[in-house]
Design a protein around this ligand. Sequence first.
Ligand SMILES: [Zn+2]
Ligand SMILES: [Zn+2]
Length: 419
Amino acid sequence: MPIAAPRGTQDILPPESRRWQWLEECFRHHGALYGYREMRTPIFESTELFARGVGEETDIVAKQMYSFQSRGGDALTLRPEGTAGVVRAMIQHNLLAQGGVQKICYFGPMFRYERPQKGRYRQLHQVGVEAFGSPGPAIDAETLAFASDFLAAVGISDARLELNSVGCPACRPRYRDALRNALAGARTGLCTDCTRRYDTNPLRVLDCKVESCRTVTRDVPVILDMLCAECRDHLRGVEAGLRALGVPFVINPHIVRGLDYYTRTAFEFIAGGLGAQNTVLAGGRYDGLVAELGGPATPAIGFAAGIERLLMAAGEAAPAPPMAGPVFIATLGDAARAEGARLAQALRRAGVPAAISYEARSLKAQMKEAARQDARYALILGEDELARGDAMLRDMGAGEQTAVAVADIVTLLARRYAA
Ligand SMILES: [Zn+2]
Ligand SMILES: [Zn+2]
């Protein structure tokens, strides 16, 4: 039996991999526009980092982690998300002591043990950003503008921004109590997960997708009515900032995020056409996390987006920019084949993609190969042509053929490919 990839993982094959490169390039480009610099952290970290940084009672930590013991006895976990590792690195390398605003972006694989379904994988890939050091609403609005522009650039221009505030340690406990009271009478109507959440993290009941839970939460008090003055001002500031930057949004008091460290701003971008898995990008402010992980108290905000889901939402709209097809050098005879290999190398060094036939084959077979490789030109090099210092250049699209001097080929094609 041949060995298959593990359940819940996928191979990104060409030409699909080109769309991935393109999306990552889009993300890098926008990161640079907004002043973000890339950080790469390990794919596995101490299990304790996620237990403390994500929260033990969250679904991610409670049910979805790939945890293992190293041969040396350390408790390690394949990272299920990117923020905890970035924050750990910021603290470990003392980067927050520099003060000011520090903007970090990252991308790479994350691992979650989930039931595989369309658009959901056990090895998923995310792009994400984290901005440290600014407590005010201006950076929230800018972060959301980044997200909105990035989504539009990858062809998801219809995503709806849903915004909420999850309060702060001063006002959230009061709301948590009010929510528990409101839910108390309807506890039997909650799903198993929400019955547990009622005790551990009742806010999470608000974003449960189970129909009976949605019915129960329809008329519960909303946190927006119970925010402290500072949280209310912050939310107003974010709203004003978004209007100023031309980023449309709606307020949705049921956006709570699954993670415990979020404060104030919480948001999701919702795209059409994805069914239940319709959140394409999500994030929020986490002013408490850096201190929670042992660093200096530092305000922060960020977002993450799954590449698989982004590409699904982008659909045909994601135009993999076509790489210009290569010059395929078809040769007849050993001397011509050697000259062809030399020419191909000279072309590549001049920035022109080039392909050759490695074995002696008929011209017909080589032209078929040129077509299979989407060659833009075929350069036909035979013994007679070579003796004259000539080659035949065929424009594969137009079907036209002209004789060119071998000595001029590199300059000529470099000019055409640069155009
Ligand atoms: Zn508050
Ligand atoms: Zn539920």
